[in-house]
Design a protein around this ligand. Structure first.
Ligand code: ZN
Length: 134
């Protein structure tokens, strides 16, 4: 029951992605991919003087999970400071998607968070995020 509801939400985000389209110029501009599935996400952000996210824009291609995850995350991050974004955890992405994911799908789901964290803070920060619950 719950799974169905979430599944519909995921398909809706995948079909009608929010904040779609790249920002130019952008303060943060990063592209990443998930070779396992062929997912690709390009994320751009504009921040104000307080390092608060003013605008988000992204483009990508790949499976519904990867694209929906980026679309849902893009709605979450507008208005947050870069420091607040640092605290977004893998579990927050799983909560947004709301369905249980196989190992392969987890990579799809987390590509959005990876692009955000590596783009904003670098690879070291992302590795810390990954290690947290392993
Ligand atoms: Zn995928």
């Amino acid at each position: 029951m719950f799974d169905d509801m979430y599944r519909e939400q995921i398909l809706d985000h995948a079909k009608n992605p929010r904040h779609h389209g790249l920002l130019q110029p952008a303060d943060i501009d990063f592209e990443g991919n998930n070779p396992l599935c062929g997912d690709r996400l390009h994320l751009t952000l504009r921040v104000d003087e307080q390092n608060r996210v003013q605008e988000v824009g992204w483009e990508g291609e790949g499976c519904a999970i990867s694209q929906a995850s980026m679309s849902m995350l893009s709605e979450e991050i507008v208005g947050k400071t870069l420091d607040e974004l640092r605290h977004i955890a893998k579990e927050d992405i799983f909560d947004l998607l709301g369905i249980s994911l196989s190992m392969n799908r987890i990579k799809c789901a987390l590509l959005s968070l990876k692009v955000l964290k590596v783009g904003a803070y670098g690879l070291a920060e992302w590795n810390r995020t990954q290690d947290e619950d392993e």
